[in-house]
Design a binder for this molecule. Structure first.
Ligand code: GTP
Length: 366
C-alpha cells in the first residue's frame, strides 16, 4: 500500500540557467522533451509515494497550472512561500502535513534520478537514525557536498564544495533525503534555512545522520553542461528518434538518434539534427542547419545554415542565418542572434537581447 509523502523543493531561481526562466520555472524545463518535474514525479509514484507536497515560490502559478491536483497517481498539495525559505524552511512550513506519520522524503526538484525510494526508506528504518541522505559516487566532488562515513553508514562530517584533493570521499549529497518527523523540531521557524548547513551538521554530531549509497542515474541540472548531459542520457533511455505530431522533416534532412522532435516542428532541406538533441514544439529550423547535443526550447527559430553544438536555445529565441552557437552557451528566451554571429565558450545571453557581434569568451551578456 502507498502511504509515503514527499516534499519536493520546487522554488529557487537556478542562477546559471536563469535566462531560460522568462516563461517557465526551472522545474518545467524540458529534459528529453518532458518537463523535468515529470521525471521526478513518475519515479516518486513508482517508488511508493502517494502524496507530493510541492514547495513553490518563483512562478508558482505556472507549476499549479501545469500539474493541477493530481498527476501520475499522486495527490499534489502546494505549499506556497511568500518569500524564499531555502532548502529547510519549506519543511517547517509544511509541518502540519508532515509531522503526524512516519518518515517522509524530501528532494531537490532540480535533480533527476532513478533511485529506488523503497530501498532508501527501508535502509532509513533499519538504521533507526533521524535522517538518511542518499549519496552517489561522482568522479569530481568539488561542486557538491562530499561526506565521510563510518563503518555503520553514519555520516561523520560534510565538506561542502571541497577543493581538489580535499574531499573525504567521492560520495556526494544527492539532494534526496528521508527524514523522521522529529527533524522538523531542528528547523527554526519563519526564515530561510539551509538544511545542508544548519540541520545536517547538528544531526551528524548527534550520530543520528546516515548515508545511503545509491547507484544508477543521478544528475542535477544546475549548469548548462549538466543539463545537456542529463538530456542526452534520458534521450538514450527513450531510444531512437521520436517525432511529434504535425512535424515536417524534409526528406533530405537527417535526424540522428537519440533525438526527440516535438509537435509542429519544421526541419528544412539538408539539415542534420542529433545525436543527443531535443527540439521542443513549434520550433522552426531552416535549410542546411547542424544541431547536435543541444536543447531547443519551444517556438525557437533557427535560420538557414546555422549550427548549434553543445548549447541551449531558449523559448522563442531567434538565430538568424549562418549563426554558430557552441560549447555550453545559452541563449535566453526571446533573444535574437543576428546573421553570421558566433557565440562560443559558455556565453550566456539574457532574455530579449539582440546580439550583432560575435562573442568568443565566457561572459554573460545583459
Ligand atoms: P542556484 O541559484 O543555482 O544556487 O540554484 P537553486 O536556487 O536551485 O539553489 P539550490 O541548489 O540551493 O537548491 C536546491 C533545491 O532547492 C533546488 O531544487 C531549488 O529549486 C530548491 N530551492 C532553493 N531555494 C528554495 C526556496 O527558497 N524555496 C523552495 N521551495 N525551494 C528552493
Amino acid at each position: 500500500m502507498k502511504e509515503l509523502k514527499a516534499l519536493v523543493l520546487a522554488g529557487g531561481f537556478g542562477t546559471r540557467l536563469r535566462p531560460l526562466s522568462c516563461t517557465r520555472p526551472k522545474m518545467l524545463f524540458p529534459v528529453a522533451n518532458q518537463p523535468l518535474l515529470d521525471w521526478t514525479l513518475k519515479n516518486l509514484s513508482e517508488g511508493g509515494v502517494d502524496t507530493v507536497i510541492l514547495a513553490v515560490n518563483y512562478m508558482a502559478e505556472a507549476l499549479v497550472r501545469y500539474l493541477g491536483p493530481t498527476k501520475f497517481d499522486l495527490g499534489i498539495i502546494y505549499s506556497r512561500e511568500e518569500r524564499p525559505l531555502g532548502t529547510g524552511g519549506p519543511i517547517k512550513k509544511a509541518a502540519d502535513l508532515l509531522q503526524n506519520g512516519g518518515p517522509f522524503l524530501v528532494l531537490n526538484g532540480d535533480v533527476i534520478s532513478d533511485i529506488d525510494y523503497r530501498r532508501l526508506v527501508e535502509f532509513h528504518r533499519r538504521k533507526g537514525g533521524l535522517a538518511t541522505i542518499a549519496l552517489f559516487q561522482v568522479p569530481d566532488p568539488s561542486r557538491y557536498g562530499a561526506v565521510e562515513l563510518d563503518g555503520e553508514g553514519r555520516i561523520l562530517r560534510f565538506v561542502e564544495k571541497p577543493e581538489p584533493g580535499r574531499a573525504p570521499s567521492n560520495l556526494v549529497n544527492a539532494g534526496i533525503y528521508v527524514l523522521d518527523p522529529k527533524v522538523i523540531d531542528y528547523i527554526p521557524e519563519g526564515r530561510s534555512v539551509s538544511t545542508e548547513n544548519e540541520v545536517f551538521p547538528v544531526l551528524a554530531k548527534e550520530g543520528a545522520l546516515y548515508g545511503y549509497e545509491a547507484r544508477g542515474l543521478w544528475m542535477d541540472i544546475g549548469v548548462p553542461e549538466d543539463y545537456l548531459r542529463a538530456n542526452g542520457l534520458l534521450l538514450a533511455k527513450l531510444d531512437g528518434v521520436q517525432v511529434g505530431e504535425k512535424s515536417k522533416v524534409d526528406s533530405s534532412a537527417e535526424v540522428l538518434p537519440p533525438s526527440s522532435i516535438g509537435a509542429g516542428v519544421e526541419v528544412g532541406a539538408n539539415s542534420v539534427i542529433g545525436p543527443n538533441t531535443s527540439i521542443a514544439d513549434h520550433v522552426h529550423i531552416g535549410r542546411g542547419c547542424r544541431i547536435e547535443n543541444s536543447i531547443i526550447f519551444p517556438g525557437a527559430t533557427i535560420g538557414d545554415y546555422t549550427s548549434v553544438r553543445n548549447a541551449i536555445i531558449g523559448e522563442n529565441a531567434t538565430l538568424e542565418r549562418w549563426v554558430k552557437v557552441e560549447s555550453g552557451s545559452l541563449i535566453g528566451d526571446y533573444a535574437v542572434i543576428a546573421d553570421g554571429v558566433t557565440i562560443t565558450q559558455g556565453v550566456s545571453i539574457c532574455p530579449s537581447k539582440r546580439v550583432e557581434e560575435s562573442i568568443l569568451e565566457p561572459r554573460q551578456v545583459m
